[in-house]
Every structure is written in structure tokens, then in C-alpha cells.
Design a protein around this ligand. Structure first.
Ligand SMILES: [Zn+2]
Ligand SMILES: [Zn+2]
Length: 255
């Protein structure tokens, strides 16, 4: 079930206390997890104004002050932009990998020609692709409050899994309580099948391959990727098929 909560924003209730927050244009997924301690975001929507995360919180009847942590899979704008508002206005702690720090802290040079063109383009159709090619940094700089590494537990239940390849410090998070893997852009789910990300958005194929094999070993029941649609059932069979596919040496152009 997909609920349209704004003209350009969707929420998909996945399980008790778990929602996917999605932009239909980019089909980028951030996730909202309601825990006993409050609300945790895995990625934070793609608007620097924080509108995505604020709309999501309003939809589930929670306030920004209820957010206890934002876990960033990687620095790309479509996954991290909303962290700026939660950090700067509400002092919510931001978690991510140290290697993402320079890119997160860079922000966008809004006076630069690339970003001025980018700002003029609408968020739909082929313009989305053009925008992605023009720049991927967050509009305002984000400073990580906590840099985390493999095996650490965040907010009492989210295990950090280092999965470099798509970006140098890409992370996945495994929710030990619900056995849900939040994979970010380390892999893709397309039409119920687990796939590699497209070649051109994966700068380091060797590391990305190792990261995907590592994710195959997670004892997951649910798989929440950074784009398109989460896989809530049949994950074990889908991962077995994916592992076999990874054994083949050719990386398909579109993943
Ligand atoms: Zn990305
Ligand atoms: Zn992405």
C-alpha cells in the first residue's frame, strides 16, 4: 500500500513501526523506524529544507524532537539532504562513516553555474537524470556527529555494516530486532529481484562486489534498499539467486 502524503512524497507502511519514505521522481527510499526510545531515520529524504522528514513525522504523529538518531548510508544528496535540518534545528545526532565526512561537509556552491542550472530543473521525468549528473552534494553542509565502523551497534539495535564501492564510506544497517537490512545503494531491488546497482553509479566495482557478497551473509528477513521498493517476503530465495548471479563475472550495464 502506497500513501501519497504530499504531491511529491509517498509513505509505504511496511511493518509495525516501519515505513518507507519515498520520492516518486527519484524513487529514493529513506526509512522511518519507531523504537521504544523514539524514532530513527535511516537516510533522511532528499530536501535540504527537511520537508520530506517533517512530512513523514507528521504522518506518523511524531515530532522532530522524538527523533533519536539519523543513520546515513552515504553522502549522496538524495539520501542525506534532510539530515541538515534535523541536526541544525533539533540537534539530532547524525551517524555515518568517516570517509563520507568530506563530501557531506562540502555542501553545494549555490552560486556556481552547475548548481544554478540544477536548481532550475524540475524533479520529474528525464530532468531527474540531468539533475543527478549535474551534482549530488547536499545543499547545506552536514557534519557527522558520530563516525561508526563495522560491527558497531547504533541506537541499541542497528548493526553497522561497511559496504564501500558505491561511495568510499557507504554503510548498510542491520536491525537485529526485526532482521531488516537497510542496504542503501550497495545493491538494488528491481521487480522483486535483488540486483547490482548500475555500472555507472558504482565507481569501485571490486569493493562493491565484496560488499554485496558480505550482505548476502546477513540473516535477514526483510530487505530495504535505497531505491524503488522494499522486499518484505521471499528474501532468502532472492538472496540465494543474487549470490549465484554475483558468481558470474560480468557486471550488467544497468545492474
Ligand atoms: Zn547513491
Ligand atoms: Zn541513491
Amino acid at each position: 500500500m502506497v500513501i501519497r502524503i504530499a504531491f511529491d512524497l509517498e509513505m509505504i507502511p511496511l511493518a509495525d513501526g516501519l515505513w518507507c519514505l519515498r520520492r516518486p521522481s527519484y524513487v529514493t527510499c529513506s526509512y522511518v523506524v519507531e523504537t521504544s526510545a523514539g524514532v530513527t531515520f535511516i537516510d533522511a529524504g532528499m530536501t535540504g529544507s527537511g520537508r520530506d522528514v517533517l512530512e513523514a513525522l507528521r504522518h506518523i504523529g511524531r515530532r522532530p524532537e522524538d527523533v533519536e538518531a539519523v543513520l546515513l548510508t552515504h553522502w549522496h544528496n538524495d539520501h542525506s539532504a534532510g539530515a541538515y535540518l534535523l541536526q541544525s534545528r533539533y540537534q539530532i545526532p547524525i551517524y555515518g562513516h568517516d570517509r563520507e565526512r568530506p563530501s557531506l561537509a562540502r555542501g553545494t556552491d549555490r552560486r556556481g553555474p552547475r548548481d544554478r542550472v540544477r536548481a532550475l530543473l524540475p524533479d520529474w521525468g528525464l530532468f531527474v537524470l540531468a539533475k543527478g549528473l549535474l551534482g549530488e552534494t547536499t545543499p547545506w553542509p552536514i557534519a557527522l556527529d558520530h563516525s561508526v565502523t563495522d560491527g558497531e551497534l547504533v541506537a541499541g539495535r542497528f548493526e553497522v555494516i561497511e559496504t564501500p564501492g558505491h561511495t568510499p564510506g557507504h554503510l548498510a544497517f542491520f536491525d537485529r530486532e526485526t532482521k531488516t537490512l537497510f542496504a542503501g545503494d550497495a545493491l538494488a531491488v528491481i521487480d522483486g529481484r535483488v540486483r547490482r546497482m548500475a555500472r555507472h553509479v558504482t565507481p569501485d566495482h571490486g569493493r562493491a562486489h565484496t560488499s554485496m557478497v558480505k550482505l548476502c551473509d546477513q540473516p535477514m528477513a526483510h530487505l530495504c534498499p535505497g531505491h524503488r521498493t522494499p522486499l518484505m517476503t521471499g528474501v532468502s530465495a532472492a538472496m540465494t539467486a543474487f549470490r549465484a548471479e554475483l558468481g558470474r563475472d560480468r557486471w550488467p550495464l544497468l545492474g
